[in-house]
Write a protein that binds this ligand. Structure first.
Ligand code: SME
Length: 148
């Protein structure tokens, strides 16, 4: 499935406004993009990121990440998307899965304030392109209306 039609499908999933919407979105992303090995949404609560819906082979031990820590905490602090092409080369990286080679973290913002983020781990190096970044930033924008 391509990025444009995926965007439309996700818009449709969210328009239904059912309680599983965020879970459905992470599952859709995981199922349709082979390089998205683990997909999760973190929600900002105070100065901590709390793991919300996720899908992947294993649960992560990092269910609570202080803002400023790890790749997730860095993106939450700066409000900018982080792409890490090789997680072994980034000192900030908090390891979750032995299989992870690269990662993208996309802030979800409301009125320029970070309220959550999309975190995707890939089992291949250099998995995330500018196209992934643009696509996921559009999804994050849609998700911002569905997070309380
Ligand atoms: N690797 C992340 C932690 C979250 S797990 O990837 C699910 C980080 O460095 O913040």
């Amino acid at each position: 499935m391509d990025y444009k039609s995926s965007e439309i499908t996700i818009k449709n999933i969210l328009a239904l406004r059912h309680s599983r919407a965020l879970q459905d979105v992470v599952e859709f992303l995981h199922m349709n993009f082979k390089h998205y090995s683990w997909v999760g949404i973190y929600i900002v609560k105070g100065d901590v990121l709390i793991l919300g819906p996720w899908i992947g082979n294993e649960p992560t031990e990092h269910t609570h990440i202080p803002i400023g820590e790890g790749i997730c905490g860095s993106a939450a602090q700066s409000g900018r998307t982080e792409i890490v092409d090789d997680v072994t080369k980034d000192d900030r990286y908090l390891s979750c899965f032995i299989s992870t080679k690269s990662e993208i973290v996309v802030p979800i913002k409301r009125w320029k304030k970070v309220i959550g983020e999309i975190d995707i781990d890939s089992d291949t190096c250099n998995a995330f392109s500018q196209e992934d970044k643009v696509f996921l930033e559009r999804i994050a924008e849609m998700l911002s209306h569905h997070i309380r």
